[in-house]
Design a protein around this ligand. Structure first.
Ligand code: FE2
Length: 240
């Protein structure tokens, strides 16, 4: 099963797809790439709106898109990419932002240093009943924070997602491999925003990963994805 855990394919809800047509085009590309399931994870910024308002807007965007979906399109699961905010740690409603049918929440770090406060807040949230944290595109934060600070976050009871594009880009590929060998990476996502936003489909990253680690890594990623959707325990990719 090929699962894209991170995308902005819903129309006109964030800085992702600009129209229903663009959403359909993105889904056509993903179908062509062999994706079975795509998680629609629009940005959730708690300083902008309430969780209930966000969910209402997200569901409305999905309803608008629904009549245009084709049988070959990947199945869409609704979720959110939730930007860290201290106020969310004790928020009773945060579970509503988990990926549909699971306890997994896509948790985005601010684009600044990962402080000990952020780490302890994340630890507290990760320890909540019914919340499992998937840290979005972990490689990206290394532009803002040290490897040591990122490691402190990733050593918590959380899992990491990397973007396809970061594997294919020469400048970030080596860092992605280090994150994989340190056991921080469990799944992939495209983080696709727009047809012209320069992201990469999943198979581009899979091809490079197979070359480096052998084809078994693709099976491992797929198995992790299926376990996430079933809320079962998952495994580190480096334990292959
Ligand atoms: Fe994203």
């Amino acid at each position: 099963m090929k699962i894209d855990f991170h995308s902005h394919i819903l129309p006109q809800i964030d800085d992702g797809s600009r129209s229903i047509e663009e959403s359909v085009e993105l889904l056509d590309m993903m179908a062509e790439d062999g994706v079975n399931i795509v998680c629609a994870t629009p940005h959730y910024y708690s300083h902008k709106r309430s969780i209930d308002e966000f969910i209402e807007r997200r569901n409305a965007a999905y309803e608008k898109l629904k009549p245009h979906l084709k049988p070959e399109h990947p199945k869409i699961l609704l979720g959110a990419e939730v930007l860290y905010n201290h106020s969310l740690i004790h928020c009773d409603d945060i579970g509503k932002l988990c990926l549909e049918g699971t306890d997994y929440l896509l948790w985005e770090m601010p684009y600044s240093q990962i402080t000990s406060g952020i780490v302890s807040d994340t630890e507290e949230l990760a320890g909540s009943t019914n919340i499992k944290l998937m840290i979005a595109h972990i490689e990206r934060y290394l532009h803002f924070t040290s490897y040591k600070e990122l490691s402190a976050l990733m050593q918590l009871d959380v899992i990491g997602q990397i973007n396809s594009k970061s594997m294919t880009s020469f400048s970030s590929r080596r860092m992605c491999k280090k994150l994989i060998s340190d056991g921080f990476v469990y799944v992939l996502g495209t983080d696709y925003h727009r047809t012209d936003s320069g992201h990469e489909l999943l198979s581009a990253a899979e091809e490079l990963l197979s070359k480096k680690y052998g084809e078994s890594i693709i099976g491992k990623i797929a198995a992790n994805g299926e376990r996430i959707l079933a809320n079962e325990p998952i495994y580190k990719l480096d334990s292959i």
